[in-house]
Design a protein around this ligand. Structure first.
Ligand SMILES: NC(=O)c1ccc[n+]([C@@H]2O[C@H](COP(=O)([O-])OP(=O)(O)OC[C@H]3O[C@@H](n4cnc5c(N)ncnc54)[C@H](O)[C@@H]3O)[C@@H](O)[C@H]2O)c1
Length: 359
């Protein structure tokens, strides 16, 4: 019989997606849930049919369960270090929501504890599991696009002011969100940028707070230089009414790819001698008309369900998770450098040693 493990989820906002993913995951014996807010705990527990003995308002109590091998940390971002370290010290493997934490020195503490306790530490960046992004990654890594020249990674979303006030108002604060549109929303896009284009060598940014009553930025624009010499732009905003797309455009010397959200909308390769029928095939597979159910039909788990499945598989197989903690660190390093650039008016080089920003 294949091994099965108990899986815990702490924090039941986006944590609900971890609960539904774990309930459907191969290798999951049962799901336990925890939230300090009792009404939320029972609402989610009832919605997913979680047995009363697997519901907790105390994280410590849930962590005392020896039959839970791994937990997802889905609490506000500025709490991830404390919660992840507590879980690892209690012997659990940990999958932490993005951003891994809001400051590099805290992430370094988490990585050190993972090593000391020999626990797995994974980070959620579920966009990386989208088949179109995986295909773009393979295409770039194959060298087909030639030398990378330039790129745009732009997130144009919209959030009402009320979004920043709800749930205790932790979003848009330096102390708990670690930033605004970039640290919270655009962190996914920053991760994709460094995953696809390669490591960032410097960043020059401007940020502003345009339509929201928050401490942090709701808009940022940055010029980014990569270690491979490519240059590009990064934009993130929560002011783009009514909420538009994440667009990614990548140009190499021998090819160009455009993406809108998680779909490929343009695919031009210089070595395509098939009169552009390759583009037609790529768009059929990964374009806007790809049916929503295509992944499920192909047996591919994407999104949070895919990341929770990967974490459970990693624990059972004794291998690292797909997106390890140190990859979660890379995005936060770029973002802290971006904030430092906007604050100082200087271009900031990476590796970046942070000064105290905001808080
Ligand atoms: N991967 C994604 O697409 C995605 C989407 C949304 C949020 N997130 C991340 O998930 C985390 C949670 O965000 P959210 O939108 O679910 O937040 P939320 O405010 O909706 O939910 C957080 C939950 O944590 C609970 N909680 C547990 N312990 C707590 C404590 N000690 N103090 C305060 N609250 C506590 C709250 O009661 C609440 O139910 C953040 O790090 C966020 O960046 C990721």
């Amino acid at each position: 019989m294949t091994e099965k493990i108990g899986y815990g989820v702490f924090g039941l906002g986006v944590g609900r997606s971890h609960v539904s993913g774990a309930l459907k995951a191969d290798g999951c014996a049962f799901v336990a849930i925890c939230d300090i807010h009792e009404a939320t705990l029972h609402r989610v527990g009832d919605e997913y049919g979680i047995a009363p003995e697997n519901r907790y308002t105390s994280f410590d109590e849930m962590l005392r369960r020896p039959d839970i091998a791994a937990v997802s940390i889905c609490t506000p971002s500025g709490m991830h270090r404390d919660h992840a370290i507590k879980a690892m010290k209690a012997g659990k493997h940990v999958l932490t929501e993005k951003p891994l934490e809001i400051r590099l020195e805290r992430i370094d503490e988490m990585l050190a504890v993972a090593e000391e306790e020999r626990r797995l530490l994974g980070c959620v960046f579920q966009s990386r599991l989208a088949p179109a992004y995986r295909f773009v990654k393979e295409t770039i890594d194959s060298g087909r696009m030639g030398k990378l020249i330039t790129c745009n990674f732009h997130l144009k979303w919209y959030r009402e002011d009320s979004y920043y006030r709800k749930n205790g108002g932790w979003r848009g604060t330096w102390a708990m969100d670690g930033g605004g549109a970039i640290m919270n929303q655009t962190v996914h896009t920053v991760d994709l940028m460094q995953w696809l284009m390669g490591p960032v060598s410097s960043i020059f940014a401007k940020t502003g707070t345009y339509t929201h009553d928050i401490e942090t930025e709701d808009t940022a624009v940055a010029a980014v230089t990569f270690e491979n010499g490519a240059i590009g732009t990064l934009i993130g905003t929560t002011c783009a009414y009514p909420g538009l797309e994440v667009s990614v455009q990548i140009h190499g010397a021998k090819g160009s790819i455009y993406m809108s959200n998680q779909r490929i909308v343009l695919f031009k390769m210089a070595d395509d001698d098939s009169d552009f029928s390759e583009e037609k095939r790529v768009l059929e597979l990964y374009g806007p008309n790809r049916p929503k159910e295509a992944d499920a039909q192909a047996g591919i788990k994407t999104g949070h369900a895919g990341q929770v499945q990967d974490m459970i598989d990693a624990v059972i197989q004794g291998r690292p998770p797909l997106i390890e903690g140190r990859e979660g660190r890379a995005a936060v390093e770029i973002i802290q450098a971006l904030y430092e650039s906007a604050k100082s008016g200087r271009e900031i080089s990476l590796p970046y040693q942070p000064e105290v920003v905001g808080v």
